[in-house]
Ligand binder design. Sequence first.
Ligand SMILES: [Zn+2]
Length: 428
Amino acid sequence: TMLRFGHMALPGPLKRFFCSIANATTVLLNPTERVITIKNATNEDKKMHFPLAWLRDNCPCPVCYSASSELRNLKMMDFCPRVNAVSVQMSEQSESMTVSWDDGHSSSYRLEWLRAVAFGADTAGRQRPPLTRNRPVLWCDASKATAPIWQPKKVRFEHIMKSDAELLLTLLELEERGLVLIEDCGVDSEVVKNICKRLSFPRTTHYGETFEMRAEAKPRNLGYTSDRLDFHTDLPYMHEQPGVQALLCQVQASGPGGDSLFADGFSAAEHIRRSRPDLFRLLTTVPVRFRDRGQLADRRFDLVATHATIELDCQPDGEWCYRRVHFSNQQRDLLQAWPLADVQLIYDALKAFNDVIEGRDISSDSSKVQLQVKLRSGEMALFDNSRLLHSRTGFSGERQLAGAYLLWDEVLSRRRTLESQLQIGRQD
Ligand SMILES: [Zn+2]
């Protein structure tokens, strides 16, 4: 049954062209609101909306869309966002909807596809894609007084290297909790590179493809001493900052100390958001400038970047989650573009954030956001450098770590392709 809509003269400013399919599905073209709506008579709530500009933009024909590359062929220079529909035809037999456009083009859409990508009337519609990453699971629920006990997942090196399913579970855990411990890695620094290649690629920085950290007599960086460190994120002085870090313990201090400390920056941010919204606003908006310069091998470097301390991932419809935190007292530049009148409060905000991380905030409890692990030699921490702040306790004697960085984009790409390969999760 082919049904035409374009040629009925309807009165009023809102011309509606409609008809029924099998007495159940109705299609309306609303030229004023520039939207086509499909609704089911038996379920008023399940209206599907398709803006005209969006439909024309997403024409699936071979001229407009390249199926082989899964990319849009329609050029912006040939696309008119004010295009009008001349007619709409529904075909029950072919389960499709055909739109003729006033630019002379005609587009045919499968109903099955339309159902999958429809806009809902509100922001909860199906059209909304997921956030670019899975939602982080906070280490503590800021609304509760006591912290649930959370321990990082431990996986064996060999299992990650051999099993794609184990690798996927590890990446999902890293994405949701920000920390996974990998056991029985051995102490060869090549292991760090191998893990990176299994996950994606090692991200070369001024420290090289991988780096080693040991106590030094004349440290170039505070990481190379044996003192207790401030909690920090690595590489805050980069805009294209690697978000994942692999850190292998090669030699652990035999005496007390040398424990790794991890704190959930998102849980701390959530605590500030609830207890001090005024400071939270500063932490999410005021740019902080970071800088690191020096020389490594025969090459000088001077890296500068600015970030808000807490970055949010916000969608236009209001959905949001935490994206990244940037905090390194050592590498925060002395020069800042802060208005004179705000300087005091900005310092108050930075200190308040650190107090929550360190457990010095009287209204919070450090056990809520902080985790202490003494890595054994051959043990590796794989962690989210864009979320966790890390530190270590002081120690004496020999201690050596090898590390490498990876880009979240590459790691997330790996997670998505594994999901599709193993047919797990959202397929799109
Ligand atoms: Zn087309």
